[in-house]
Design a protein around this ligand. Structure first.
Ligand code: ASP
Length: 439
């Protein structure tokens, strides 16, 4: 089996971390293609190299002297090279990069050098080939990623290398201009490489042992999720659980390649396996809980709303014409409620209200802010009776007033609206009933 392994910035922040990564790669011959990020933070106060590169480029653009910042960047790499004790000099690369920065080669070019230089160190350290992502990851002139072209080139190039390092985060347009993905984009590169080599597994190594059932900032030491489907992960990520770059899912999902989230600092942990579908029975009825604060409920009332054809369309148009996106839309016979992000809605509130009056002529509109949405997600819910009952009795026991309930027809999730201040207690109550007491 071929494995593609991607290592995040914290896994490559220092020579010590590089040594751990080296151990992981050497312990399994299947780990043949490596995608590194740029060096991340060594501690909470540290700065990521990518951020330093953006800063350095901003200085160049402002016509300032970039020496001090550029030297700090060089120092990060030289310390890694020195700490690993490898024979490698990046002096020629530094010269070219500094010159190009001064000549304003672009912020994307500047940021991409973080991965480029780290890739060179990684290749030298492992004795693998170095494949510049600019040769194999393609963008069109508008900066759109070209999936088919990339797959063709990557396949062809990697067929010549048994073991290779391909830096993450960037590629190039046809004229050679460097273009990056959005932040965190090395995850996407890993996925693209996995597809191109038809990998049996895409391992994504980070600093946590996979996805957790609930946010560790709310639940102390939450249980890890062993297996999650792409659809479940999408629901959880949408509600704020962050593990992978959203766009990293598509290339491997289509190719049926599983992703394994692993911890560089605890390589013995199995991590989380992300799959298209599975008959693996989840340990608990629910797979995960995630949520976000800061929503407004716009309650629209109108007598006989149910018999007015097109009412919902007109109401939604009021949000659309003001550029406000809609999160959820529970409705009754003569009422409909639209949940929107408070931050997005605030500046447009009066415009939306006036559009609603003009388009729908409602009897009344009430606004309720400071609400939170919680998604309880799990493929196991479909086959289990009483899940909703258990959620709501747990919330009732915790004296939490439920403002909204929405169950998707896929029965993959139940969305619950509560007040912002009830957000953490609600998650604790749901976690307790499904995980701590293992019901
Ligand atoms: N180094 C880039 C960033 O900090 C890309 C990545 O790490 O995935 O966003």
């Amino acid at each position: 089996m071929v494995k593609v392994v991607k290592f995040g910035g914290s896994s490559l922040a220092s020579a010590e971390q590089f040594a751990k990564v080296g151990g992981i790669i050497r312990s399994d011959d299947d780990r043949r293609y490596v995608v590194p990020s740029a060096p991340g933070k060594r501690n909470a106060e540290d700065t990521k190299v990518t951020d330093m590169l953006y800063e350095c480029y901003a200085e160049a653009e402002a016509g300032e002297n970039i020496r001090v910042t550029f030297n700090k960047i060089k120092d990060r790499y030289n310390k890694i090279i020195g700490g690993l004790g490898i024979k490698l000099s990046l002096e020629e690369d530094y010269k070219i990069i500094e010159k190009n920065m001064k000549e304003l080669a672009g912020a994307d070019y500047a940021a991409s050098r973080g991965e480029y230089l780290n890739g060179k160190i990684m290749a030298a350290y492992l004795g693998f080939d170095f494949v510049d992502a600019a040769e194999v990851i393609c963008f069109d002139n508008e900066g759109n990623f070209l999936g088919d072209e990339t797959n063709k080139r990557m396949k062809k190039r990697l067929a010549k290398s048994d073991k290779a390092v391909i830096p993450g985060f960037y590629g190039a347009k046809a004229d050679g201009t460097i273009k990056t993905f959005s932040r965190g984009g090395s995850d996407i590169t890993g996925s693209i490489v996995a597809k191109a080599v038809s990998a049996g597994m895409y391992e994504n190594w980070t600093d946590v042992s996979g996805c957790m059932v609930a946010d560790p900032r709310i639940i102390k030491d939450p249980e890890p999720i062993q297996v999650v489907t792409y659809r479940e992960l999408r629901e959880l990520s949408y509600m704020g659980a962050s593990v992978l770059h959203e766009d990293a899912i598509f290339p491997v999902r289509k190719a049926g390649i599983p992703i394994n989230i692993r911890n560089t600092n605890a390589p013995e942990d199995p991590g989380t396996l992300i799959v298209e579908s599975t008959c693996h029975v989840p340990e608990y009825t629910i797979t995960g809980i995630a949520g976000k604060k800061g929503f407004v409920a716009v309650n629209i009332d109108k007598d006989m709303m149910n018999s007015e054809i097109g009412f919902c369309r007109k109401a939604l148009e009021a949000f659309e014409e003001n550029g406000v996106s809609i999160e959820h839309m529970p409705s009754g016979i003569d009422t409909m409620t639209v949940f929107v992000s408070q931050e997005e809605f605030m500046g447009k509130e009066q415009m939306v209200l006036s559009s609603l009056h003009r388009l729908c002529d409602p009897d009344s509109i009430e606004l309720e802010g400071n609400l939170a949405l919680i998604a309880v997600v799990g493929r196991g819910m479909r086959s289990t009776r009483g899940t909703a009952g258990r959620i709501f009795s747990a919330l009732a026991h915790a004296s939490i007033n439920v403002k909204m309930i929405d169950q998707g027809s896929s029965e993959l999730n139940i969305i619950i609206g509560v007040r912002n201040e009830d957000f953490e207690p609600a998650i604790k109550a749901i976690y307790k009933i499904f995980v701590e007491t293992q019901l």
